[in-house]
Design a binder for this molecule. Structure first.
Ligand code: G4P
Length: 527
């Protein structure tokens, strides 16, 4: 096989989806530890002490800085090259978090065993479902008292609508946590707490009938375990690779990330089953990763908050071909060939200086606002990748301009920030308000800060009676015109001029959807 194909098929690109505090940062650290990408766990930035967001820009910059350095972590594991894409989580939760999921081939869902399925996880799963992304599940914090494993899997199945196939099964929990049983290679991995940077090497007992099990657990606990495993085998789904790859079934692992327990089993399984780079749809045709010509799309743009370096980094997922330092590529939207001179490549350890990127990899392109979310780069072919949407905002504010003379600059700034995906802007049909929409609260601070720094416009935000937004379309032009007339008080245009329904409440949205069966209400809009 050619080196190119070989490199492509080695790639495994994924992200972690979880609710804040479930353990994403800890799991990331431990994965990097196994990838030998960091010598000691505890060096991934973005831990709680660093992440108190305030409006002052130093803090903002720090916040953004954190996600630039850890936006993509690449490390080798066994024969694979793994790309782990960060999904900004706490206060820096934003539309980027959603869009990162359009650039991965699989996702790892981390769940806190005491809390179960939480709100943010539900939202992120909804995004994964748009592309039927394969999901692995890690149930974390087994060293603490949590909920019954069966109950947790039931909840995942019911709330998230995905079947669960346990790969490992916990033996006890909290103070009585003894380890996990691997249902497929019949080994019992005994728990030993190892904080910090050591790679766990607890005892492994082969086989449920092994007399050593009695020695370690005591004979009644060993019997209980055997019975429980039999029950679990009967009552749960068996792992099925096709159902997994179709996004319908998730293999489930139990462990304790902080103790570095259960992570190795997870990673070993991950590199076996996680899909290599997948094909991507464009408006014109499907692009296969094996194609030799370079293509890719931009899924995230990060502004540098430092006025001395006011460039932006556009994160591009390579879909086919190779990126080579200094190569030229066509930025299809503007029809120009641009030199990709010093793109950033991401290698968590600095052992190797990589200047080539393959399908599945991410590169960071420096630019001064000329790149937008969704932009396609090719070697000349007119392609436009699809499936990189805007997501309906969940938070809304009305913009208040300090100096009314700056209205033009404000409008321009908001439109550009909107194209970059920093936030969204809506202009109601019936009044002169300007409404900014976001999914994370920090997005408003970023917008205010950047308007001031980059457009010299000072503004503040105030509450507005909007709860949620839906883009509206209809096949029947007449019906749409009628809707536009009757519902005009709640309608607005976004930065791209698309008609949007701004609902004051969920109930209002539901009623409106019911009342207007010929109108389609969309929670996402394609770029
Ligand atoms: P996040 O990125 O998903 O927000 O979660 P993070 O890894 O920061 O973990 C959230 C908290 O849960 C942290 O404690 C972390 O130490 C703890 N944690 C992670 N994995 C485990 C586990 O397996 N068992 C137990 N018992 N705790 C775990 P914290 O005190 O809130 O923060 P920190 O001061 O340790 O950063």
């Amino acid at each position: 096989m050619s080196r190119y194909l070989d490199e492509t098929h080695r790639r495994r690109t994924f992200a972690i989806i979880s609710h804040p505090d479930a353990g994403k940062t800890t799991v990331t650290e431990k994965l990097l530890l196994y990838g030998r990408a960091i010598q000691q766990a505890g060096t991934v930035k973005g831990r709680k002490s660093d992440r108190h967001a305030t409006s002052d820009w130093m803090a903002l910059e720090k916040q953004r800085g954190i996600s630039v350095t850890s936006a993509v972590m690449q490390f080798p594991y066994k024969e694979r090259i793994i790309n782990l894409l960060d999904t900004p989580g706490h206060e820096d939760f934003s539309e980027d978090t959603y869009r990162v999921l359009t650039a991965v081939d699989s996702a790892l869902m981390v769940i806190d065993s005491a809390k179960g399925v939480e709100e943010r996880t539900i939202k992120l799963m909804d995004v994964c479902r748009l592309r039927d992304t394969p999901i692995l599940t890690f149930i974390n914090k087994l060293d603490r008292e949590g909920r019954e494993p069966i109950e947790l899997m039931d909840e995942v199945e019911k709330v998230l609508g995905i079947e669960c196939a346990p790969i490992t099964w916990p033996i006890g929990m909290g103070k009585g946590f003894k380890g996990v049983y691997h249902l497929y290679n019949q080994s019992i991995h005994l728990f030993s707490a190892t904080h910090g940077g050591k790679i766990q090497s607890g005892e492994v007992i082969q086989g449920l009938d092994n007399p050593r099990l009695e020695e370690v657990l005591g004979s009644s606990a060993a019997d209980e375990l055997r019975e429980e495993i039999e029950l679990v085998r009967g009552a749960s789904h068996e792992f099925n690779i096709d159902a997994f790859l179709a996004g319908k079934l998730s293999p489930v692992f139990f462990g304790s990330a902080i103790n570095n327990f259960g992570i190795e089993e997870l990673l070993d399984y991950f590199v076996e089953i996680a899909p290599p780079p997948q094909s991507h749809e464009t408006r014109q045709r499907i692009v296969e990763p094996e194609e030799e010509k370079f293509t890719g799309f931009v899924f995230k743009i990060q502004a540098n908050m430092d006025p001395q370096h006011r460039d932006r980094v556009a994160f591009l997922r390579v879909c086919s071909g190779t990126y080579e330092k200094g190569m030229k590529a066509r930025q299809v939207r503007i029809g120009k060939d641009v030199k990709l001179a010093n793109a950033i490549t991401f290698m968590a350890s600095e052992r190797e200086h990589v200047e080539t990127a393959y399908p599945g990899d991410i590169i960071g392109l420096h630019n001064h606002g000329t790149i937008q979310i969704g932009d396609t780069f090719t070697q000349g072919e007119e392609l436009k990748f699809t499936g990189i949407p805007n997501f309906a905002p969940e938070l809304f504010r009305r913009v208040r301009l300090r100096d009314p003379m700056k209205n033009k600059a404000l409008q321009k700034g908001l439109d550009q920030l909107s194209e970059e995906g920093a936030s969204q802007v809506f202009r109601p049909l019936n009044n002169n308000d300007i409404i900014v929409g976001a999914v994370g609260i920090l997005q408003f601070d970023v917008v205010a800060f950047r308007l001031k720094e980059e457009y010299n416009v000072e503004c503040s935000f105030e509450a507005v009676n909007v709860n949620t937004a839906r883009w509206v379309t209809a096949e029947d032009e007449k019906k749409l015109a009628e809707f536009r007339k009757k519902a005009s008080d709640n309608l607005a245009l976004d930065a791209a001029g698309s008609l949007t329904y701004l609902a004051p409440t969920r109930v209002n949205l539901d009623l409106t959807i019911e009342r207007w069966p010929d109108i389609a209400f969309h929670a996402t809009r394609e770029h």
